[in-house]
Design a protein around this ligand. Structure first.
Ligand code: SF4
Length: 347
């Protein structure tokens, strides 16, 4: 039975990690520090939808992707898949849902077992989750390979015989061979040559349309996310700071952090925005700043930002922003920003 509502739903989801105490901490009876990798996230992904998740390294994107698949359990909040609370499932019920939720990993070099051939690699999920005859299994493997532009000729080959792009195609075939409904694409092109990235992004977009897949598409590259996603969620230090339809977020980003990310896309900053360089590293998640976590890097920060954390609030239909001054940032494309560090546009 198909439940009404979103296919994947995260409500107030958090994941905190305790950092191991040093000897000095133990001697001083200091409690273990906690890292808030994901902190109070609400997201929903519809059937067949691609939600892009963007943010700098270490902001919690990959942890969120694993929480959505119950590869990790949340510290708080609920994750539902097709209406089912994943935390409530025992091993057998979870195993029955696994074929419907899959992941494409970032690194096609590390994610394929070098001692297995393509038939064994792509066939492994079928071995674990489907009762098929050898002939049926092989037919499913060949179909999945054909979806990604490979075929029978590649069955007996090993990962080292393929280029990076081809290896990622094998990883995608492995994720799709069980005919999932939902796939977390975790930085699927960031380890590839730029020349190959567009092919893999196009492939993932085509497969989504043809197979009716829903994606959580994780990337640090806003240009890639904007190309494939129906909506974009921007993450900063474990929290969603902007969420909206791709067109709205790209045309009129309201959060200063989104604006900085967008201005780093060459096609955008050359045409519409002065380049805004984010200065400094993101703050440590061990000791996040009080108030708005972005305030040490934000050119708009005022006393209110240093004292009070802004909540994600809807500004327009489906477009929500966590910024005290989001409604005054109305036209970021033609109205130059107070620079974090503005540099001239490329001619
Ligand atoms: Fe900047 Fe303040 Fe908005 Fe945070 S709340 S993004 S510090 S203006």
């Amino acid at each position: 039975m198909i439940a009404d509502g979103p296919l994947v739903e995260l409500r107030n989801v958090s994941r905190h990690f305790e950092v191991r105490r040093t000897l000095a901490d133990v001697l001083a009876s200091r409690p273990a520090a906690r890292v808030r990798a994901v902190d109070g996230v609400d997201l929903a992904i519809a059937r067949g939808e691609c939600l892009g998740l963007i943010g700098e390294s270490g902001c919690g994107k990959s942890t969120l992707g694993r929480l959505a698949l119950r590869l990790r359990l949340p510290s708080g909040g609920t994750v539902r898949f097709d209406g089912v609370d994943l935390a409530s499932l025992h091993a057998r019920a979870l195993a029955a849902l696994r074929p419907r939720m899959q992941i494409v990993f970032q690194d096609p070099y590390a994610s394929l077992n070098p001692r297995r051939n393509v038939e064994q690699i792509v066939g492994l999920p079928l071995q674990l989750h489907a009762r098929l005859t050898a002939g049926e299994r092989r037919a499913r493997i060949i179909t999945a390979l054909e979806w990604v532009g490979l075929g029978v000729a590649h069955l007996r080959r090993y990962p080292h015989e393929f280029s990076g792009g081809q290896r990622q195609r094998i990883g995608i075939a492995r994720a799709l061979v069980l005919h999932p409904d939902f796939v977390v694409c975790d930085e699927p092109v960031s380890a590839l040559d730029v020349s190959v990235q567009a092919q893999i992004v196009e492939l993932l977009g085509r497969l989504r349309r043809e197979l009716g897949l829903a994606y959580l598409f994780i990337s640090h590259d806003l240009a890639v996310v904007a190309h494939v996603s129906d909506r974009i969620a921007v993450m900063y230090l474990g929290r969603i700071v902007e969420l909206g339809p791709t067109r709205a977020v790209v045309a009129a980003p309201r959060h200063p952090y989104t604006r900085a990310l967008l201005s780093a896309v060459p096609q955008v900053h050359a045409a519409r925005l002065a380049r805004i360089r984010l200065t400094g590293e993101p703050p440590s998640p061990l000791s996040p700043p009080a108030g708005c976590a972005f305030h040490p890097r934000c050119p708009y920060a005022e006393d209110l930002c240093r004292a009070t954390r802004p909540e994600l609030a809807e500004l327009a239909s489906g477009h929500a922003v966590a910024c005290h001054f989001a409604d005054t940032i109305t036209d970021p494309i033609t109205d130059p920003l107070p620079p974090l560090e503005a540099v001239p546009c490329n001619p």
